[in-house]
Design a protein around this ligand. Structure first.
Ligand SMILES: [Zn+2]
Length: 302
């Protein structure tokens, strides 16, 4: 008991951030047909904020029967973040990617005994962190939506304003251990808002969804598996409909093979199921584009 308390105080304390419930506006939508027949003035643009070197088995479950011929090699995974723009409700981010410390340091701001043994090496070209893109484009950001709290998706928060609302899925864990592996990516934010899906609507083949802005333009979709509180986001734009999968589907190769996320996931079986629902969704609604967590993207930095 005393030991546990000492451990919490000494090791976990730096990662305790106040959590609040995100409350979504009332929604009148009941399902995909209604949502898709009412597109809204919202757009998305995705940027690569750098590259992580990682073992393939981290992002792909090589124990899957279809993976027998796939070798566990080190792969380069681009780390993406997206800017969404709603004509009247403003600009938001989905994920923050890598922060600018990755220009000079392969582990970013990570410090601790386990860093070199456990973490992949990252790199970034100057001025390609998402905060630089936002600054260059003079974007008044209103908030940040996170697919999950793994370091490659939140490191970029270091360079972002702290007064914004930061929102993730309920129960999502933040890995930050003093002495062992410490990064403080969330340091300085006032609270982490959590999306509670119990008030959402059923969005088969997925679980529940929340109408984040209240007009059917932008949805959070529950997708626990890769991580406990993983969230996918759906952009219901007039020009295009886009599902941002986060690491529920890392890249096109994962989508094409149907082999689920790997050892970085908290629940392999659930992660496999979520990937299969993404494939089913795309078959059902081929007009929807997919933006994966770590895919090569065609949009580069202007
Ligand atoms: Zn990731």
């Amino acid at each position: 008991m005393v030991l546990a308390a000492a451990f919490t105080l000494l090791v976990l304390q730096p990662s305790i951030i106040p959590r609040k419930t995100f409350s979504a506006p009332e929604s009148s939508y009941r399902g995909w047909e209604e949502i898709l027949s009412s597109p809204q003035p919202i757009t998305i643009q995705t940027y690569s904020t750098g590259v992580m070197l990682t073992e393939l088995s981290g992002i792909m479950n090589l124990a899957h029967e279809r993976a027998a011929a796939i070798e566990d090699v080190v792969v380069e995974a681009p780390v993406n973040a997206s800017i969404i723009h709603h004509q009247t409700l403003g600009y938001y981010l989905i994920d923050a990617g890598l922060d600018s410390s990755y220009i000079d340091h392969q582990y970013g701001t990570f410090r601790g005994l386990f860093v070199e043994k456990t973490l992949g090496k990252g790199s970034q070209e100057p001025n390609t962190n998402i905060a630089s893109v936002i600054k260059r484009k003079n974007i008044p950001l209103r908030g940040v939506w996170l697919t999950h709290l793994h370091p490659d998706h939140i490191a970029g928060i270091i360079d972002l304003p702290k007064h914004l609302p930061y929102v993730a899925g309920k129960g999502e864990r933040y890995i930050n251990f003093r002495f062992f592996m410490r990064s403080d990516h969330l340091a300085g934010i006032e609270a982490l808002y959590e999306i509670d899906f119990t008030g959402g609507i059923d969005l088969p083949p997925f679980g529940r969804g929340i109408d984040l802005l209240g007009d059917g333009s932008f949805w959070a979709i529950e997708s626990s598996g890769h991580s406990k509180g993983h969230v996918m986001y759906f952009i219901n734009g007039i020009e295009e409909r886009v599902l941002v999968t986060g690491d529920a589907c890392n890249d096109q190769f994962q989508f094409d093979t149907g082999i689920g996320p790997g050892s970085f996931s908290s629940d392999l079986e659930q992660a496999q199921q979520v990937l299969e629902t993404i494939i089913t969704f795309k078959e059902r609604y081929p007009e929807v584009s997919l933006v994966f967590g770590h895919d090569r993207i065609s949009i580069q930095h202007e």
